[in-house]
Ligand binder design. Structure first.
Ligand SMILES: [Zn+2]
Length: 160
């Protein structure tokens, strides 16, 4: 088996794998036990998709020929990738601020977040965006997230 140094050199020289290289810059054996011990295979699939970009985001689906374009459906400003979705999408800025304390996450911050939080953050944001069509802040399912519906304006109270 090649040394860690050799594995890292081969990884860096490999062309492609842009998003995987973003998250997995160096061989880090300390993170493997978390991934391998995830209790549900579905969570491991989500985590691998998140780290590699091979997930149901428009950029990947566009590369696969399954989508017309790769633009983010929420903000229409950038390519729809896991990095954009979790760290940068302007449509999720308020939610990101409420959960993580920042409107936008830097690359270093994103890379340093424990995979447990990254996995759950993706699931939370995905679940939330699935509920974007929710038309109310007090009765809709968004409220069960305890952060309220941040993508829609609350209805104006009626004056009696
Ligand atoms: Zn976006």
């Amino acid at each position: 088996m090649p040394s860690v140094r050799e594995q890292n050199r081969l990884w860096h020289e490999l062309s492609g794998c842009r998003q995987a290289k973003f998250f997995l810059q160096e061989l880090d054996r300390s993170r493997a036990p978390f991934a391998l011990n995830l209790p549900r295979k579905k969570d491991l699939r989500i985590l691998v998709g998140l780290l590699t970009g091979h997930a149901d985001f428009n950029r990947h689906l566009h590369i696969m020929g399954l989508r017309q374009d790769s633009v983010c459906p929420l903000c229409q400003e950038e390519e729809d990738t896991t990095v954009h979705f979790i760290a940068q999408c302007s449509a999720l800025m308020l939610l990101r601020k409420n959960i993580l304390g920042d409107y936008i996450l830097s690359s270093d911050t994103l890379r340093s977040i424990h995979w447990f939080l990254l996995l759950n953050l993706l699931k939370l944001l995905r679940g939330f965006t699935d509920l974007v069509d929710c038309q109310g802040c007090t009765l809709g399912p968004c409220c069960s997230l305890s952060v309220g519906c941040l993508l829609t304006q609350p209805s104006t109270p009626q004056v009696r």
